[in-house]
Design a protein around this ligand. Structure first.
Ligand code: HEC
Length: 415
């Protein structure tokens, strides 16, 4: 896997940080070494909260997702060499790397032109970070987030991307909680990938293009419509498959949910426990609420054409790669007309306006019933915007679209 080779780094949480600025460190992938990918890594000598254990987590809030087969869902964060080089460049030579585009006055932005990228690559090569110029040039700065379940719990593991990772080990300590095992706080598991986010800038897009992928068996999708080539039935329909079973995160005969709330949440900083909101820590049924990043059931022209593009893209690729990648769908992407967003302005947003990954924004999938004043993102850009958080003065700071950039220490400096 590309994100497991030397061009990529694993990103681990090293302190609580804030909702929008995670304190992280980057760890190079070492070939032939046991994976330091550590979906959630525990330093056994110190008491750590789950947030500090490394890797990612469910977006917003502390919800914990448990699969039908009883596996916890684990999260990884990854960045490529050009991203690490750019982070170092901004820290060590800020005046030379304050990229801003003409259309917005945000300080510091990700490189979005060939010239800016060349400058980053030169810096990265001099620092010994970038080994392959063509690869860095093609990838630009890239960040990924991935989600995983225990590979022994899935049917047909050969249909999944599999990785070994060191993860925290939770054991039942009561009907309503799982506690980090004090004797053996980590274990190395073989994990099967269920979801992946990819975010990277492209020419003229400092807001990045935010795309997401899911394994075909994660969770049932809400009803959706698309354009067919048949003159008799120009609009095709795929209904929410209520009776169907075999999903990783949903039981058969589960109605389309009104709202998806975490069963296990409230990660306790005090005793390192995952605590059920009420009742017991148990698997729960979820859904891909807004199929292809659009509102379920919508038949407006924009939804129809967006659904059709994505279905056609997936259909033409599935089965062509001849490996586990044939079992993952691109659920969609979201971007803007080229401007950075500091609020929830949607007029210049394009693509999946309701895009979420059912394994990563499970409990934040937009639903129209949200009470007034309660924050519920409609898509990736609502959280990955330049809007300031609390006292943090990040407004007008283009790199704030990434939640890990500012909390990342310089790599070359700390070597
Ligand atoms: C509810 C807020 C929220 C939503 C919605 C959201 N994210 Fe995130 N995302 C976060 C937070 C917080 C982090 C950093 C912490 C972590 O993952 O541990 C993050 C991390 C990431 C990362 C890793 C690098 C970074 O920027 O921190 C990627 C890539 C990413 N998200 C992609 C997406 C995509 C794609 C979508 C939409 C399908 C999305 N996110 C929706 C809150 C959100």
């Amino acid at each position: 896997m590309i994100f497991d080779n030397s061009g990529f780094f694993d990103v681990l949480h090293v302190g609580a940080g804030t909702e929008k600025i995670a304190n992280v460190e980057v760890i190079p992938n070492a070939p032939g070494q046991p994976n330091r990918f550590a979906v959630r890594d525990v330093k056994p000598t110190e008491p750590l909260t789950l947030k500090e254990m490394g890797g990612g987590e469910q977006a917003g809030g502390n919800g914990v997702l448990i699969s039908q087969a009883g596996s916890l869902t684990y999260y990884g964060l990854h960045v490529n060499d050009a991203y690490v080089a750019f982070r170092d460049a901004v820290l060590l030579a800020p005046n030379d790397f304050d990229f801003r585009s003409d259309i917005a006055d945000n300080r510091f932005q990700f490189p979005t032109s060939s010239k800016q990228l060349d400058q980053v690559i030169e810096f990265g090569e001099a620092a010994g970070l970038i080994k392959s110029r063509p690869v860095a040039k093609a990838a630009c700065t890239m960040e990924l987030k991935t989600s995983w379940v225990d590979a022994t719990t899935v049917d047909s593991p050969d249909e999944y991307l599999i990785i070994d990772a060191q993860v925290p080990r939770f054991i039942p300590s009561g009907p309503d909680r799982l506690t980090l095992d004090p004797d053996q706080p980590t274990e190395t598991l073989s994990l099967a990938m269920v979801g992946m986010h990819i975010a990277a800038p492209v020419v003229g897009h400092p807001e990045l293009v935010w795309t997401t992928y899911e394994h075909v068996k994660t969770a049932p999708m809400g009803t959706y419509h698309y354009i067919t080539t048949k003159s008799t039935a120009p609009v095709g329909t795929v209904s929410y498959p209520q009776e169907q079973g075999g999903w990783i995160f949903a039981a058969a005969n589960t109605p389309f949910p009104d709202e998806i709330k975490p069963i296990a949440a409230n990660i306790s900083a005090v005793d390192n426990a995952l605590i059920a909101a009420d009742g017991s820590v148990a698997p729960q049924s979820i859904a891909q609420v807004n199929p292809w990043g659009m509102i379920a059931g919508a038949q407006d022209d924009q939804t129809l054409s967006s659904n059709t593009d994505l279905i056609s893209l997936n259909v033409s690729l599935l089965g062509r790669m001849g490996d586990a990648r044939d079992h993952y769908l691109q659920m969609g992407g979201v971007w803007t007309t080229g401007s950075l967003l500091s609020g929830q302005d949607r007029s210049n947003q394009r693509g999946g306006l309701f895009l979420a990954n059912s394994t990563m924004e499970t409990f934040r999938q937009w639903d129209p019933q949200v009470p007034e004043g309660k924050f519920r993102p409609q898509n990736c850009l609502d959280c990955h915007s330049t809007a300031p958080e609390g006292n943090d003065q990040r407004g007008n700071f283009g790199l704030a679209v990434s939640h890990i950039f500012q909390g990342m220490a310089a790599f070359t400096q700390t070597e």
